[in-house]
Design a protein around this ligand. Sequence first.
Ligand code: ATP
Ligand code: MG
Length: 334
Amino acid sequence: PTRIFSGIQPSGGLTLGNYLGALKRFVEKQEEGIETIYCMVDMHAITVWQDPEKLRQQTREGAAAFIAAGIDPARSILFNQSQVTAHVELGWIFNCIARMGWMSRMTQFKDKAGKNSENVSLGLFAYPSLMAADILAYKATHVPVGEDQKQHLELTRDIAIKFNNDYGVTFFPVVEPVIEGAATRVMSLRDGTKKMSKSDPSDQSRINLTDDADTIAKKIRKAKTDPEPLPDTLDGLKDRPEARNLVNIYAALAGHSVEQVIRDYAGAQFGTFKPALADLAVAKLEPITLEMNRLMQDPAEIDRILGQGAARADAIARPIVDQVYDIIGMIRSR
Ligand code: ATP
Ligand code: MG
C-alpha cells in the first residue's frame, strides 16, 4: 500500500519554493486519495537556534499555510513533529545505524555549516538521520520533496537497507522519492545558482506566502535576469539560470509545461514577462495568503488541529517503533 509522508521546517515563513516544490504537490497527493501524513518538523528547525516565541508562531503559520493551500486535516494527518515522540526515538536508533562517512557527504550539511563547521550543532549533522526516522516511523513508501532533498532520501534508503541487513529482517520499506513538476528547485531571485530558502538572510531572494501583492510584484520586477529576451526554444534557456528559473516558476504556477511557456513568450522581453509572472503569482498566492491570515486569527484552533493530527500519527508510529525496540533487543516490561 502507498503511504505518503513529508514535512516542512518552521525555520521561517514558507516561500514560493516550499509552495511549488512541496505544499502544492502535497495537496495533489491528498486529492489522489492516497494516505497522506504531513508534518511541521519543529525538531529539525532547532538544529539552528530558533527564538521560542517565533518558533511557535512559525509552526502555526506553517500549519495555516497547509490548510489554506488545501490540506484537509480530516483527510490528511497534519501535526507537528515534537508531539509524536516516535520520531526522536527512532532518530536515535538511526544515529546508531548511519555511518559518519555517509553523513559527511551530505551537501545540505556542507552548505549550511559553511566554513565554520566546528561551531554548528551536532543536530545539524544528524539531521538526515532524524529525517529518515520521520519517514520510516510510518513505513511511508513515497516522499514528495524538492530536488534539494534527493540526497537525504537516498540516505533514508541506505539506513532502511542497513537496518534490515544488520538485524536480518525485512522490516523497513525502501522509500521512493517523488520529485516532479516544473519547479522542483526554485532558485533565489537574487542568484540563479542558489536555491530559494526560507532561512536565506535576504528577504529579496524569495517570495514569502505572507507577502502582499505589491511586495510580490516588486520582488519579481527586481529579480536578477540577463538582458536577452526569452528564447523560442527550451535549448535557449541553457546557461541562463535566472531566465530558466522565472520560466519554471511561471510554468508551475500556471500548470503549463515549460515548453508551453516558451511558446507563449518566445522573444518576449523581461519588461513584458515579469509583469505577467507577477500577476500570475499574485492570482495564485493571494487567496492562500488571505486564508492563512484568517486562520491565524484563531491560534487555539490551529493547536487543536495539530494535537488531533498528532494523536492519529502516534497511533500509526507507536506500534512500528515498539516493534523496532523488540527487533534490536530492548526489554519492554513497563
Ligand atoms: P531552510 O532554509 O530552513 O532549510 P527551506 O526553504 O529549505 O528552509 P525546508 O523546510 O528545508 O525549506 O523544506 C521543505 C520542503 O520544501 C522540502 O520538500 C524541500 O525540498 C522543499 N523546498 C525547499 N526549498 C525549495 C525550493 N527552492 N524549490 C523547491 N522545493 C523546495
Ligand atoms: Mg531546507
